[in-house]
Design a protein around this ligand. Structure first.
Ligand code: PEP
Ligand code: MN
Length: 338
């Protein structure tokens, strides 16, 4: 249930709404806007409670039931676009934020070279997995803590924030010590213990779409993070599994306007994992920016042929630099910049 306070309502009237909800055993979250406050009333039994309970209170302008399973990620709760700030980088503003780097951190040489090259080409965040969720237990699982230390070194040396995946709820505080943004991978979108742990950390997070999950399931997963008061949530479309097998995953371009319609959260796109092949990445990246993506997450490797993970879909530094130029033109055409 969403309680919208009137423009001139007082702090005391707001407190009365909060107290009434609490007395009914319900939870609340506030969205304090510039001219009015919205109160989300949360609980498993809000459907049994009459809206009149809140409508009669002084200062309340309207009470609406949210019929969707997600509440905090919805536009009903927050109508204005959210912006997630990582230092002076804003995801969800006019600038299309490009996060780039190798799939996995492999060595000091590889990561520092990747950081130097992607930064020189205009990326503003470095990506690189230290913990890798691999389909096979026999594949390279990542450098783990040593990989996190290399990310911290690259971040220091090139003054670039880093995004890296966390796969285990028990590792959240460790990874958060090194990363500026935590990444929840596609395979973990509905790992609720992980989402709760990241929500509690208050660390900025990229929540990738589960490749077999609907938009509604994705936004409901975002609610797990938001329910802990962690407002720093960035969604990432990365392709879904369909009958089409000519590419690795089908990039669901439709989810961009759909998410923008139903949610206030910033949304980036990972064209690399959808494409599965470097030659397809530029077209998907440009389509994403044209369709309203707030950023991109792109795999770039100093030497893709030698990559331990996802070499086929990793751009060479030269191809990445070329793509950055082209993206600038697409961004401009849709009133954004890179
Ligand atoms: C990744 O970004 O390295 C990754 C594993 O992606 P996804 O979770 O989308 O498969
Ligand atoms: Mn990868």
């Amino acid at each position: 249930m969403i309680v919208e306070m009137g423009a001139g309502s007082t702090q005391e009237e707001l407190s009365d709404v909060v107290e009434r909800a609490k007395s009914l055993g319900l939870k609340v979250q506030l969205n304090v806007g510039t001219d009015r406050t919205v109160v989300a009333i949360l609980g498993s039994n809000t459907g049994q409670i009459s809206t009149d309970v809140f409508t009669v209170l002084p200062g309340v302008e309207s009470v609406t039931r949210i019929m969707k399973p997600y509440k905090l990620a919805s536009r009903e709760f927050k109508s204005a676009d959210s912006v997630v700030s990582i230092g002076d980088i804003e995801v969800g503003g006019k600038r299309v934020v490009v996060m780039a780097g190798p799939c996995a951190v492999e060595s000091e040489e590889q990561l520092l070279e990747a950081a130097r090259l992607v930064k020189a080409a205009g990326a503003s965040v470095l990506r690189g997995g230290a913990f890798k969720p691999r389909t096979s237990p026999f594949s390279f699982q990542g450098m783990e803590k040593a990989g996190l230390e290399l990310l911290a070194q690259a971040r220091e040396q090139f003054s670039i924030p880093v995004v890296t995946e966390v796969v285990d709820p028990h590792d959240v505080s460790l990874v958060a010590k090194y990363a500026d943004i935590l990444q929840v991978g596609s395979r973990n979108m509905q790992n609720f213990a992980l989402l709760n742990s990241i929500g509690r950390s208050q660390c900025p997070v990229v929540l990738k779409r589960g490749f077999a999950c609907t938009v509604t399931e994705w936004l409901t997963a975002a609610d797990y993070l938001l329910a802990h008061g962690n407002a720093q949530v960035i969604l990432c479309e990365r392709g879904i599994r369909t009958f089409e097998d000519s590419i690795r995953f089908s990039m669901d371009i439709c989810s961009l306007p759909v998410i923008k319609h139903f949610s206030h959260l910033p949304l980036i796109v990972d064209p690399s994992h959808a494409a599965g092949h470097a030659s397809l990445v530029p077209a998907l990246a440009k389509a994403a920016v044209a369709a309203g993506a707030d950023g991109l997450l792109i795999e770039v490797h100093p030497n893709p042929k030698e990559a331990l993970v996802d070499g086929a879909q990793s751009l060479t530094p030269a191809d990445f630099a070329k793509l950055m130029d082209e993206l600038g033109q697409v961004a401009q055409a849709v009133g954004r910049y890179i």
